[in-house]
Design a protein around this ligand. Structure first.
Ligand SMILES: *Cc1c(COP(=O)(O)O)cnc(C)c1O
Length: 420
């Protein structure tokens, strides 16, 4: 596979952007590669600037559950663009999108549209602190909640991939109120609540972790979080930026049947445009300005083009709900091929990760026992056979509704031909 054009662009990009990229994991350093520069994408396929075609299992890191360039979405976006890219003012689409979200996430009694998952989580935590009048928060090792200062502690995702334990540039005071618990470990949460009586505003969790690779919650874990937060007058925040509209149309909260107080959405909810959401209990959201004293704002929040992309995407999903079962079956086929190839795979619905460790991966500590050199061999085997998948052991593989049976069968064959 020739990738000269990508390599040339990469050399040029490095003069302008740190590492030549606008988000670290794209640099592909941990797999010993340089990034592909993408020209275009359609359906399940993505094409680089050298004209190579790949089956895409990154799906823009989650948003593209419908595949790329779904016609209805593109047409609606184009029509919206003709009416103006941004007004910085109210428009009807905001209500349409809010209604659609609330229909599938009834726990989001009120919500706010923002521009990125990072912003949604940061704002949800601010609302939780404002509402409870408490400062401390509990997060889990290996869960990623965006790159805001207070959350860059054992953050998973690109931090893990690039071996950055925490981030420079974050004053110690910013993370003093962030308490770390272990995913799937109820005692670790209980101890923090006991040691910080009446000081904990919220617990934030990825209801199915996907940023240390896919790590499902063990039976009863989410219910435990629901109960202990309630008992301690703390809020439970589900960060559903990946799982929202992914594990089911109603996200992880519907899939696992646990209702959080606050939810954050991103990725799929914008259908490929920069849009994210936070929301939840009315009495909490009423603390947000201008109703309340928790400040949060955004010049481009509720951007009409992004809102249109979100509306059309959700409409397609809700009128094809049976596609979630098909998606699950397709994903199960890939999981089966991985198992036949001797790989240790975790899968929930259409997200999965093969871990290069003998251990059952249930948390951060077990995830990091993975041999990332072996993962790199797997990644390179996939890419040289025309399969574009996450260049990191600690990310998920995303299957989309656009992947055809032929795509899946071919992918399974490539996986089965992998030898360490
Ligand atoms: C991607 C992600 C974020 C951050 O979203 P951005 O849009 O990249 O800022 C937050 N939480 C989770 C669970 C994510 O997967």
């Amino acid at each position: 596979m020739i990738t000269t054009n990508s390599e040339n662009l990469y050399n040029e990009a490095q003069k302008f952007m740190p590492g030549g990229v606008n988000s670290p994991v794209r640099a592909c350093r941990s797999v010993g590669r340089t990034p592909l520069f993408i020209d275009k994408a359609k359906g399940s396929y993505i094409y680089d600037v050298d004209g190579n075609k790949y089956i895409d299992y990154i799906c823009s890191w989650g948003p593209n559950i419908l595949g790329h360039c779904r016609e209805e979405v593109i047409n609606a976006v184009k029509a919206t663009c003709d009416k103006g890219l941004t007004f910085g003012a109210c428009h009807k689409g905001e209500i349409t999108l809010a209604k659609l979200i609330q229909k599938h996430f009834p726990s989001m009694e009120m919500l706010r549209l923002v521009n990125s998952g990072t912003e949604a989580v940061m704002s949800a935590i601010r609302a939780a602190r404002g509402y409870t009048g408490k400062d401390k928060i509990i997060k889990f090792e290996g869960c990623y909640h965006g790159h805001s200062d207070g959350l860059l502690v054992k953050g998973g995702s690109g931090l893990l991939t690039n071996s950055i334990p925490n981030s420079a540039g974050v004053p110690k005071g910013y993370t003093d109120t962030t308490l770390l618990a272990k995913y799937n470990d109820e005692n670790s949460v209980e101890e923090l609540f006991n040691a910080n009586k009446d000081e904990i505003a919220c617990v934030i969790v990825e209801p199915c972790a996907a940023n240390m690779g896919v790590v499902p919650p063990k039976e009863g874990f989410l219910q435990f979080l629901r109960d202990i937060t309630k008992k301690n007058n703390a809020l439970l925040i589900f960060d559903e930026v990946i799982t929202g509209f992914r594990l089911s149309i109603g996200g992880a909260q519907k899939y696992y049947n646990i209702t959080p107080d606050l939810t954050t959405l991103g990725k799929i909810v914008g259908g490929g445009m920069p849009l994210a959401v936070y929301g939840g209990k009315r009495e909490v959201m009423e603390c947000v300005a201008p109703l309340g004293s928790v400040y949060q704002a955004g010049t481009l929040s509720g951007n009409p083009v992004a809102v249109t992309s979100g509306i059309e995407t959700i409409k397609i999903l809700e009128s094809n709900v049976s596609q979630y079962d098909v998606l699950n079956e397709k994903s199960a086929k890939i999981e089966k091929a991985m198992k036949e190839s001797g790989l240790n795979v975790n899968r929930v619905g259409s997200i999965m990760t093969p871990f290069f460790t003998e251990k059952k991966v249930t948390d951060y500590d077990t995830a990091v026992t993975s041999n990332t050199k072996n993962f790199a061999k797997f990644f390179n085997h996939m890419q040289s056979n025309g399969i574009y998948s996450a260049p990191s052991q600690f990310e998920a593989m995303f299957v989309s509704m656009a992947h055809s049976d032929e795509d899946i069968d071919y992918t399974c064959d490539v996986i089965k031909s992998f030898k360490l």
